[in-house]
Design a protein around this ligand. Structure first.
Ligand SMILES: [Zn+2]
Length: 240
């Protein structure tokens, strides 16, 4: 059993109501750098090691055959925000942890445009060079499609392209294998599981809440969402 944590942005929490009197949307998905640092400190203090999805998969595979060695927690970041590099990476490195950041290939160096219609503040996404810095810092890059599409709402052929081409594009940008996928909005069906397999991914994560174990399909791994208001006690209870 391996808890896989889901983060989005690690950044200063914006005020509830902005300068123009506009309510900030989806603030709950932003975790402050101080909270993130406390959570990683707790993991380290409890003897856990934060690992990327490649390592999670190794652990899940050996869970079937052998004893587990040590306590591990998977760490993932959705969407590929630049603030993961600036605020999360130094903390991850402090504790010798790794993680997987799921990037949107065609929006590298741009912003979370898919969120604009929901009124979410625009934030920069990592450029190709920044993804390389992320990897050089001991982390991993996975795919979150080319354009952050809702796979369930688009044509099958386009869905297949979004999943396959994003893998190729991220590999071209980083020079590394892109082996892990995350369904945008947590939306997928059986066809998308088959597409993930055919595209050559080793795993896919969902927004389903739960602790991953070897009974889960590798293309339907549940995770534990960490939010702005998740306190240290709730965090501990979620992984323990
Ligand atoms: Zn996303």
């Amino acid at each position: 059993m391996i808890p896989i944590l889901t983060y989005h942005q690690i950044d200063r929490i914006p005020p509830k109501v902005g300068a123009q009197g506009v309510r900030a949307k989806y603030r709950s998905l932003i975790v402050s750098p101080a909270s993130f640092a406390r959570q990683m400190w707790l993991l380290k203090t409890l003897g856990y090691r934060g690992v990327n999805m490649s390592e999670v998969m190794q652990y899940l595979r050996c869970e079937k055959t052998t004893e587990r060695h040590g306590k591990v927690v998977g760490i993932t970041f959705d969407d590929g925000y630049q603030n993961n590099l600036t605020h999360a990476l130094p903390v991850l490195q402090r504790y010798g942890f790794s993680s997987t950041c799921y990037a949107v290939s065609r929006l590298a160096g741009q912003t979370n445009r898919w969120d604009a219609e929901r009124g979410v503040a625009s934030k920069p996404l990592m450029t190709a060079v920044e993804m390389c810095e992320w990897i050089a810092g001991g982390q991993e890059v996975g795919s979150h499609t080319q354009h952050h599409v809702n796979l369930s709402l688009i044509d099958r052929g386009i869905a297949k392209d979004e999943m396959t081409k994003s893998k190729n594009e991220l590999e071209a940008m980083t020079g590394m294998d892109c082996r892990h996928f995350c369904y945008p909005y947590g939306e997928y069906d059986f066809d998308h599981i088959m597409m993930a397999r055919t595209a050559g991914y080793d795993s896919a994560t969902t927004t389903e809440h739960g602790i991953a174990d070897s009974s889960h399909g590798v293309f339907e791994l549940p995770r534990i969402g960490i939010l702005k208001n998740t306190n240290l006690w709730q965090f501990w209870r979620a992984i323990a």
